[in-house]
Design a binder for this molecule. Structure first.
Ligand code: PLP
Length: 375
């Protein structure tokens, strides 16, 4: 006998009119907690273009990279558990952890010894974040450091979380390897690795609200993690169906944005180079860290630049550079007083702003200090 369903609660399947203005793709609504198949395939296709093999079944679609973090802390942490977080880096990591009742344990970015020391004294650390390339210092995770971190993570049964939102924006022509999936047939790491990214940086579309997690690791651990992530995603069903339908086309169309973006990054970096400012050539991302003369307080300088010269900058302390230095930006690991500038700024505005900063003789090298040459 046909069922008489007295539970149906999906408004798109009960014969009610939907708005003619509704976005295409949402009727009938058929939620798929880890994401629509074609969306996950398109994300796997993005990694194929980077030379990595990602199984679409290993992809979980989220509303943003930030939400991907929130899902991971629900998956990996009980209240009070801790996560190793690089410093300097993205300032919202601490908020993202604390909103899920977990605690950040800061480590100096790229310092495997600092990670090791933290793990010796703290048994409640569950995961470690790497940012590839880091924001704002721009350094990609290099192989020797990654190998050492992977060993530590395995020894302590931690999960590795790799944030690759700025991965596609190297300042040099060559691209390092993504941590997602398998590369040249080689599984990277048996333990759990979660690689995160999203449309906000890959396509320059932060308002479209679509990110993802690629779950790496041996089949047994990955399968269990995926099942649990699916439960978390199912609880929220937060990713809009229209954007999931649009994702394959948006991802396929990313190159126009990315090429123009990389060109702008290089033009603005050339402006900084013309002032003799030191930088690593092998970095990436949308920001430049500019050293101020040591005796200057970066917050005061940022306020002063705003009030006196109408130039808006970020002080490095916002990213904890004051406490941890700007490791990774160049061989000069000890910059404490810095400004962080957005390399997305239109070229002419960037050149004008930087010229005004340079004219004030605030910059480290402009003061004529002994400044090391960056190779
Ligand atoms: C390193 C890093 N991770 C994650 C995010 C958040 O990305 P989304 O907009 O996808 O939440 C940002 C945003 O700037 C970021 O800099």
């Amino acid at each position: 006998m046909a069922l008489t369903d007295l539970t149906v609660s999906n408004p798109t399947v009960v014969g009610l009119p939907t708005s003619a203005l509704a976005l295409p793709g949402d009727a009938p609504y058929a939620p798929s907690p880890a994401g629509l198949r074609q969306t996950r395939e398109a994300i796997a296709g993005y990694y194929a273009d980077l030379g990595a093999h990602v199984d679409p079944e290993r992809v979980v679609v989220t509303a943003s990279t930030s939400e991907a973090y929130a899902f991971l802390w629900k998956l990996l942490c009980d209240a009070g558990d801790r996560v190793l977080v690089p410093r300097p880096s993205y300032p919202l990591f601490d908020f993202l952890l604390r909103l899920d009742c977990a605690e950040p344990v800061p480590f100096q970015a790229y310092d495997a010894g600092a990670i090791e020391r933290a793990l010796e004294v703290d048994s409640r650390i569950r995961a470690l974040i790497l940012v590839h390339p880091n924001n704002p210092t721009g350094q990609y995770v290099e192989a020797p450091f990654a190998d050492r971190v992977t060993r530590l993570v395995d020894e302590h049964a931690l999960a590795l979380v790799v944030d690759e939102v700025f991965f596609d924006f190297p300042h040099a022509p060559s691209l390092p390897a993504t941590t997602a999936g398998t590369f040249a047939g080689r599984t990277r790491h048996r333990g759990l690795t979660f690689t995160l990214s999203g449309l906000s940086k890959v396509c320059g579309l932060p308002g479209h609200k679509l990110g993802w997690i690629v779950v790496g690791g041996a089949d047994d651990v990955a399968t269990e993690a995926l099942a649990r992530l699916e439960l978390i995603a199912d609880t929220y069903l937060s990713v809009s169906t229209p954007v999931q339908h649009a994702a394959p086309r948006l991802l396929a169309d990313r190159h126009g944005f990315q090429n123009a973006c990389r060109e702008r990054l290089r033009a603005n970096l050339a402006t900084l180079d013309s002032l003799g400012l030191p930088r690593r050539a092998d970095s990436g991302g949308w920001t430049a860290v500019v050293p101020l003369a040591e005796d200057l307080d970066d917050e005061c300088i940022a306020v002063d630049l705003l009030e006196e010269d109408a130039v808006v900058t970020h002080a490095g302390y916002l990213f904890d550079i004051g406490e941890f230095g700007a490791a990774g930006t160049s061989r000069e690991e000890d910059w404490r007083s810095t400004l962080v500038l957005s390399l997305l700024t239109p070229e002419r505005t960037f050149a004008e702003g930087v010229a005004r900063i340079a004219a004030r003789k605030l910059l480290h090298h402009v003061r004529g200090k002994n400044f090391p040459q960056v190779p």
